[in-house]
Structure formats: C-alpha cells, structure tokens
Design a protein around this ligand. Sequence first.
Ligand code: SF4
Length: 454
Amino acid sequence: MAYPSPYRAGMSSLGFQWITSLVADAGFGAERVYLPDDVEAWRKLRLPPLSMESHTPLGNFPLVAVSVAYELELAGLVELLRLAGIPPLRRDRTPGHPKLLLGGPLTFSNPLPLAPFADAILYGEADDTVVPAVEGFFETGTLDHVALLPGGWIPAMGDVRVPVARADDTHLPARSRIWTKDMELSDMFLLEGERGCHRACTFCVMRRSTNGGMRLVTPERLFELVPEAAPRVGLVGAAISDHPQLVPLLQELVDRGKGVGISSLRADRVALKPEIPRLLRLAGYQTLTVASDAASQRLRREMSKGTTEAHLVACAEAAREHKYRTLKVYMMLGVPGETDEDVDELIAFTRQLAAIHSVAIGLAPFVPKLNTPLVNASFAGIRVVEGRLERLRAGLKGSRAEIRPTSPRWAWVEARLAAGGVAEGEAVLRAVEAGGSFAAWRRALDAVDAVEAG
Ligand code: SF4
C-alpha cells in the first residue's frame, strides 16, 4: 500500500489508512510505503523506498496499490516507482515486476493520466472493491478481474469511462488505526463523521450529485469507536460541519477531555451555530478555517456557494471572541467571469475582516475539474492570476491580512493534467525525468500539444 507523498502527508490521509486496514483485516500482509522526504538524496544513495513494517524494498512486492489524491501527486507516483526500480510505464514492465493497482480521490475527477502507469484502476470509493481486487490477484496472478468490479477499469483494455463506485453505507465510518506525532494532525484519531456533501458548488467534485450526497454517521456509532486512550479526535468529512448533531458531538468530546480537529468548516454553519467555534476552541482548535471560495458576492452566487459577507463577518467576530490565533479563509482567484472589480471587492472586504481579527487568506488559482458543471471553463492563465495576486497584495498593504498563495504556475500544470488524458500522463514521466522544474513540465506538456496539433 503505497502513498506518493511523504509519510507525514500519508499518515494524515484517512482514506489511505482506512483502505490499508481493510486489506490487512482481510488477512493479507499489507505493508505501507511512502515517498521519501528527500527524493534526491535517496536517488544519490540508490536507496529503494522501503516498507514501514518489514523494511522490504517496494519492488519486491508482487502487488503495489497506490492512492493518488490529486493531479500533482502523479509526479510522486513516478518518483516512487523510479526509486523502486519499477518502470513507471506499464508497457515497459515485464512479468517479473509488481502489478500496479491505482485508486484514490483523483479518480473522482479525471483518472485518465493514471492510465499509462496502471495495470488496473479502482474509481471512487474502494471500501468494497479493494479486497476483492487483492484477493483476485493472489488467486490468478493478474488484475484483469478488476474490470468486473464496480468502478474497475483495466487501461490496457481501452479507453472506457466507468462510473465511480459507491461503498455500502454499512462500511462507514472510516477510521484510523494509529495516531502518531508525525501526522500533519498530530496525536489524532481520525474518524469519518459523514461522507460526501449535499451542497452544489459548481466547481466541486464532491457536490451532491456524487455518490448520493451526504451520508451521515450517528454520534452513538462515532462515540463507540473513539478509543479511550486517543488524546485527540479528528472529525473528517467533506461537509462535516453540516452534520446535524455536530454540536452535541463536540460537547461530548470536550466533556471527555478530548482535543478535537475538524477537516472543514462552512462559514454559514459557524455563523448560525456559535457553539461550534466556542467548543472547537475549548477542544484546542487554534485557527478558525472557513472557505469563501470566490472574490465577490456576485461570483459566490454564480458558483452556488452559499457563503455571504455576513457569515464571514460572524466568523471573524467568533475568532475574536474566542481568542483564535487567526481566521483563515480559503479563496480561489481566476474563477470564470472574475474581473478586477471583484478583486477590489475582495480587498475592501478583507480589510473589513482584518479590522475585526487577524486574517490569513489561503489563495489557490481556480482549476476546472471533470465531473463538475464548470468542466468547460478555462484556467484563467498564469499572468492573469499573478496580476490579480499583485493587485490584492498592493490593496492589502498595511492591513492585518496575510496572503498565502499557491503557485499559479503549478496550478497551470494541475489544470493541464485535470483536463488531460493518456498523453498528459506520459508527459508526467518526461517532466520528472527532466528534473521536475516548471520549465521541464512546460516542455513536456507543450510537446503533447505539438503532437496533437500536428
Ligand atoms: S465546496 Fe464544499 S460545500 Fe461546496 S460542494 Fe464541495 S464539499 Fe460541498
């Protein structure tokens, strides 16, 4: 069971931990392998990635299953395989090499760039499909039977798009087995309070049309599963703050003396249920994090994002009242229809928030994703996003607002892969082989365009 990012990130992925424990509980010797922190150092030393459990080199396993979270982790997948001495492309592997089973959150949007690497892919929720996939492999020596599983695809059999699998609700909730100080969320027992989302934001893969929307787990079931010895509990779910019993759930955890983390908070819930920020602060939560997603009220409305300025002001007031370190607001730049006027509205509004409490704006360029209503929208372009970032920086000078942007260049790469196919997958290998700089990615992806145009 391999994760194409370093250990700290992998240990914070509840999905990866959960799927690994399902395979282990079915009686297989499941061992975990992570991408080394310093890939370059491992390459120089010619060290293969080793399993956590028995220190076995990755290339010695007969079956390697990898969970890929998002597009840029494809580079980690290629690095992991190269370090292990496994040819990344399926066509370059021989029967003596491990078989590669891929899955993970990326399969909810566009798994096609995974195709040149995979022997088989499991789309969507793998709770019910991963064990039959592994079992079948040890019975037959191939992964061909995966084509018969819900969400199963064998790329060598052709470009077939299959619907994502939906796990039976009796499997819920996913939960972690171990908690460790090395996790991004340290000392935390991760527990899935709900799965999916009932909202309809037009840019989001997790919107309600995916796998039937929100599936709730009762507080009684959740309490049953929390280990007495766990110092902190991380509640996970795309829309966990919409859980109708979140307040009593938090209250009970606080009463039991547990620290609590939460994977996402909706600003309207924080505004309408002031007990949520109060209890989270009591449980040790230090940064109140919500999403506003678009620069202006007009854009939020157009994207069906239910957050209003009044909700965000209420969040800033709650952050001040309960002495949170900061209010963090996630935001996208370059969404369809955005203009400089929208950015000016963002500047004025952020100044208003910062006058209430210190605020950090986490900014990511908008990337259109498959399986969303905005699939046909365009990436705004590196220059446009950089220009808007500059405008924002200048407008917020001297305020208590801090901007934490992610790179528009890497968002361009992500957008290319999000809309790409097999050729873009192969371009990942060329980009990594050429050193993995942005220039290397640009050359590799431009070469795909040249071939398509020619
Ligand atoms: S952005 Fe959040 S609230 Fe909107 S559909 Fe996605 S998970 Fe739900």
